[in-house]
Design a protein around this ligand. Structure first.
Ligand SMILES: O=C(O)c1cc(=O)[nH]c(=O)n1[C@@H]1O[C@H](COP(=O)(O)O)[C@@H](O)[C@H]1O
Length: 289
């Protein structure tokens, strides 16, 4: 059992200040594992994941293991994922578990207990959530995260081209789905905003989304939480894209990169060096230095 912690946002802010605003992904794709000279099986993925932990622990603001690549190996893969989050926790490095959960509220409650509760078997510092059963369906997870000092990242504008068909759609009031989700985060982070702190309800906004934030009238600064920004590197987004997409909210950006960093392995030092390089580039963009 883990105890209640200080709010996720207030733990993330100093980590980003210290290491640069990068969340390094652990995504053991078959081709990456093989490019490291490992066989693509449970043992190869175990070696891959634990090398990433060794490289990133204590070196980056946050680490985001992608559950799908672990679930491929069934219960052993899930146990490995739990080991990854446990080792990150022991090293004092924040984990963002990428599980993209979403369901009716009563089921979300169980997901919340599984990942964010004080009795969670291997709690993460934050998880990713999908709000497409309605932002309100996530209430049990958001409330529990607030109680236990953990965080959530709610998909708002995803980095993939297909996301726009849902996220840009407008309701009867003319507001887009993505803007409504950002409004929800703003309400849930209102106390943090008033206190001048980073909120614990983050949004996922891809660095690939072009002018969508402005076109849809989304007020990112008012959302007041961290903005997890995937898409850098492998999906084609650049530092300039980060500057443009997040103009006005750059201090909330937590850029996320998986393949671009992971390709530097299998050498632990090279992997860490690449993570530092990308973190420094993002820091330069967000501070305008
Ligand atoms: O929630 C995410 O992390 C996420 C949201 C999104 O809109 N786009 C997106 O790519 N992701 C995740 O971010 C990672 C991107 O990996 P790379 O493209 O290799 O950097 C993957 O784990 C994706 O599942």
């Amino acid at each position: 059992m883990t105890s209640v912690e200080a709010p996720f946002g207030t733990r993330l802010r100093p980590a980003m200040d210290r290491h640069g605003p990068l969340c390094a992904g652990i995504d053991p794709h078959r081709e990456l594992v093989e490019s490291w000279g490992l066989t693509y099986d449970y043992s190869g993925v175990e070696r891959f994941a634990l090398t990433c932990v060794e490289a990133f622990a204590g070196s980056v603001a946050a680490v985001k293991p992608q559950s799908a690549f672990f679930e491929v190996f069934g219960s052993r893969g899930v146990a490995l994922l739990e080991r990854v989050t446990d080792e990150l926790r022991a090293a004092g490095t924040l984990s963002v578990l990428d599980v993209k959960r979403g369901d009716i509220g009563t089921t979300v409650d169980a997901y919340a207990q599984a990942f964010l509760g004080t009795d969670a078997p291997a709690p993460a510092d934050a998880i990713t959530l999908s709000p497409y059963l309605g932002y309100g369906s996530l209430r049990p997870a958001i409330d529990l995260a607030h109680q236990t000092g953990r965080g959530v990242f709610v998909l708002a504008l995803t980095s993939n081209p297909e996301g726009a068909s849902v996220q840009h759609a407008r309701g009867e009031d003319g507001r887009s789905v993505a803007a409504t989700i950002a409004d929800g985060a703003a309400e849930d982070n209102a106390d943090a905003l008033a206190a001048g702190e980073l909120g614990s309800v983050g949004l996922v906004v891809g660095a690939t989304v072009g002018s969508a934030v402005a076109d849809l009238g989304i007020d990112l600064p008012r959302s007041a939480g961290p903005l997890l920004a995937p898409g850098l590197g492998a999906q084609g987004a650049t530092a300039d894209d980060v500057r443009r997409v997040f103009a006005g909210a750059l201090d909330q950006v937590l850029a996320s990169s998986s393949r671009d960093v992971l390709r530097a392995g299998p050498d632990t030092a090279a992997l860490r060096r690449r993570a530092h390089e990308v973190a420094a580039q993002v820091r330069e963009v967000v501070t305008g230095a």
